[in-house]
Design a protein around this ligand. Sequence first.
Ligand code: C2E
Ligand code: MG
Ligand code: MG
Ligand code: MG
Length: 292
Amino acid sequence: KAKMEGGKRFRFYAREMNARALERMDLEHELRQAIERGELELHYQPQVDLRGGQVIGAEALVRWPHPAHGLMMPGAFIPLAEESGLIVELGEWVLRRACLQNRAWQDAGLPPISVAVNLSARQFAACDLVSLTDGILRETGLNPNLLELELTESAAMLDTTAFIKATKRLKDLCVSLSLDDFGTGFSSLSYLRRFDIDRLKIDRSFVRDIVHDPDSAAIVTTIVALAHNLNLAALAEGVETEAQLRFLRSCDCDEIQGYYFSRPLTVADFERLLASARRLQVPSEDGTESKR
Ligand code: C2E
Ligand code: MG
Ligand code: MG
Ligand code: MG
C-alpha cells in the first residue's frame, strides 16, 4: 500500500516537474527572443557622493517588460539566463546599451557621470570580456573613464588567476572596476590586494541593519576602513533611511546608492534628475543639514 501511494505521489511530482520544465523552456525561448529583438530595458539608479551630495554615477539594472507577466525584475530571469547560457547575449546587450546611453548623455551636455554595468561570473568564463569591452567602447566612443564594471566575488573565486589577468587588462582599457555585494562572498582577503579594482560596494544586507545591529555596524565600519587602507572607495548599497545615511557619513563611507535618494529610474526620469542637478542633502554630524 505504501508502495502504491509512493508511486502515485511520484506520478504527481513527475507531472508537476514536467509542467515546470515546460514553463521554463517557454520562458527561455521568450527571453532569447526579447534579447534578439532588443525588448529588454535598462533602468538607472543614481550613485551619490556622500561629501558633496552630487550624482556621480548610475548603475544600469536590466528589466524585461513581458507581455503577460508585466515588468519582470532581474531576480526572475537572470538565474535562468545564467543557467541557459543566454547571459552572454544578455550581458553584451546590456553593456552596449549602457555605453550608448552614457555617450548620448555626454553628447547632450549632461554632467559627466559613470555608468556601472553588472557582470555575472558566467560571462567571465564564457567570453573574452576584455575584447568585448574594448570593442564596445570603440564602437560607442564612450570615454572609458565613464564606464564601471561591477564584478562579484564568485567571478573572482571561479578562476582566480584568470580573474586577476582579466581585471589587469580591463584596467589597461581605463575602465573602473568595483566588487559588488561585498561581504557576502567567500573571497579571501589576501586576494583583495591582488585585484586591480577601484571600489567595494558594501552589500545591502549589512547596510539594512546598521542602525539597530551592532554587528552589522561593525562590519560596515570595518569594510569602509579596509577599502580606504587598500586605497579603494567604499559605496554603501541599499541606503533607505536618514539614520543609515548619518551612520555612513560618520564612518567616512564615500558614496551611497539606495531608495533614500532614488529608486532605479527609467531613462526619461533619470535624465530629468540629472538635468535638475538635484543633490543629496547630507546631514552633518551635529544633526544640521549641510551642502558643503
Ligand atoms: P545588485 O547589482 O546588487 O543591484 C542592486 C539591487 O538592489 C537592485 O535590484 C536595486 O533595485 C536594489 N536596490 C537599490 N537600492 C535599494 C534600497 O534602498 N532598498 C532595497 N530594498 N533595494 C535596493 P534589482 O534591479 O532587482 O537587481 C537585482 C540584481 O540583479 C542586481 O543586484 C544584480 O546582481 C542583478 N542584475 C541586475 N541587472 C543585471 C544585468 O544587467 N546583468 C547581470 N548579470 N545582473 C544584473
Ligand atoms: Mg550591482
Ligand atoms: Mg550590489
Ligand atoms: Mg546586492
